[in-house]
Write a protein that binds this ligand. Structure first.
Ligand code: DLL
Length: 432
């Protein structure tokens, strides 16, 4: 289902022309109204009026999370506060929070873009949408709420947490689409199974999940347990929130809303663009934002672009699911791995439950990594021999497929922490 077919299926040449025009006006806007960008452009001798091609984007400086923090709270806003109608903030687990602002027009665009993501995933005006993302400074709840209303769906703004109540409401209000993090969807599914709820008696058809990395194995698990079509959607507060990219029902990568965002994939070490199709860090430039435009924002998220057209007919290019963040990368005896790669293997092994946690410690000068994984009751209480075999199997798969050697500890079902929002997969004890 398209939301704005003329835009989502625009010929690439027209799209590129539109992107260039929008980039020119964004550069003009930031150079005129944001001292931070004006100074940077001047230092690098960049004339924003002289921009003639999209390739020239590469001459512009990057913007980082630190730049946002150094300009806390309103230093990077491109309009006076009186024109801002909404403020969101990312909590910032490390360091100062960052603050972002939206004009009336930004909210309109944002609603349209989350509507696109919702429609692409299958949601229409007849749907009852339960939004179990937090409402508040986090962009998840409000961002998708406005899009769902725009589509004309019936929105249940239940917000996050209170799992039993979520389930009650899902049954009573006949929810057809669930919106939350993938890890929370799994917690909801497991709780329903525990409560002996007949999943087939629910009205649920779609799940739109995002806000954290998840593997294909996790998708399969959720789709089977909830009997739904589960799609991935991506965004970040610094750039807008949800609505930057989302999967269509093909579920083969996320269409990037390229008429509103320019995407580049760079090598995080050399900062040069990667070869087409290679994995690297996502860099985003906003093309229509008025309140808080960003130029070449380094997201730290890693993925690759899919250049082949999608059978759905959209011309907006796709990106593969996010593999992880550069700051979540583990270096295990010299091998770089991301938690999601470990997740993908665990999900593939029979007897393990889809709940795990990775503990990183320091032993002498080396990092020691232990993967804690829940196992089904029958194995946990079974003879040592079976447990030993499972540990060996997990270790050997991790060694052969990722080249890492780690300790594996089997733990009882439901013994690892569950999350109502974004899951914490890695516990880093090195810095404690
Ligand atoms: O998480 C925005 C959002 C809300 C997206 C709801 C989708 C749904 P932040 O709190 O600023 O904003 O966190 C942004 O979360 O840089 C990624 O590292 C991660 N992230 C978001 N969506 C995905 C996804 C929201 N689909 C950060 N897959 C981003 C993997 C994701 N990681």
């Amino acid at each position: 289902m398209y939301w704005e077919q003329d835009k989502e299926c625009m010929p690439r040449a027209d799209l590129e022309q539109l992107q260039l025009e929008r980039l020119q006006s964004t550069l003009y806007r930031v150079a005129t109204h944001v001292p931070f960008y004006r100074r940077k452009f001047r230092e690098l001798n960049i004339d924003p009026d002289g921009f003639r091609s999209l390739e020239e984007l590469q001459t512009l400086p990057f913007t980082t999370k630190d730049d946002l923090r150094n300009n806390y709270p309103y230093g990077l806003f491109a309009v006076p506060l009186r024109d801002i109608v909404r403020v969101h903030s990312s909590s910032g687990t490390t360091g100062t929070a960052t603050v972002v602002g939206y004009t009336k027009n930004d909210i309109k665009n944002w609603s349209n873009l989350t509507a696109r993501v919702l429609a692409g995933a299958g949601v229409g005006k007849d749907d009852v949408v339960q939004i179990a993302f937090g409402y508040g400074l986090f962009t998840g709840g409000f961002g998708l709420h406005y899009g769902a209303e725009r589509i004309g769906a019936s929105v249940i703004p239940i917000s996050s947490g209170n799992t039993k109540r979520q389930i009650q409401i899902m049954q009573d209000f006949k929810t057809t689409a669930l919106i939350c993090t993938p890890s929370y969807a799994l917690l909801l599914a497991d709780t329903m199974l525990e409560m002996n709820i007949n999943i087939n008696a629910l009205d649920l058809r779609f799940g739109l999940f995002g806000g954290e990395p998840w593997s294909e194995g996790m998708r399969n698990e959720i789709q089977t347990k909830l009997n739904i079509i589960a799609t991935d959607n991506y965004g970040l507060s610094e750039v807008m929130g949800p609505g930057v990219a989302g999967e269509c029902q093909e579920r083969k990568g996320l269409h990037i809303n390229e008429d509103h965002f320019l995407i580049e994939i760079i090598d995080p070490e050399t900062l040069e663009p990667v070869e087409p199709g290679e994995t690297g860090e996502v860099v985003l430039t906003t093309l229509t934002k008025e309140g808080f435009p960003v130029i070449r924002y380094r997201t730290r998220d890693l993925t690759r672009l899919i250049e082949e057209p999608c059978p759905c007919g959209r011309t907006m290019r796709r990106m593969e699911r996010i593999l992880g963040r550069t700051d979540d990368m583990l270096i295990i005896k010299g091998v770089n791995v991301y938690p999601m790669q470990i997740e993908a293997i665990l999900f593939d092994i029979k007897g393990t439950e889809p709940h795990y946690q990775i503990i990183v410690e320091r032993e002498g000068r080396l990092d020691k990594v232990t993967v804690m994984v829940e196992v089904v009751e029958s194995i946990f209480f079974d003879q040592m021999k079976k447990q030993r075999q499972l540990v060996d199997l997990i270790k050997s798969r991790l060694a052969s497929e990722l080249g890492i050697s780690v300790d594996v500890k089997l733990v009882e079902e439901k013994s690892l922490e569950r999350f109502e929002g974004k899951a914490i997969r890695v516990i880093d004890k090195r810095k404690l």
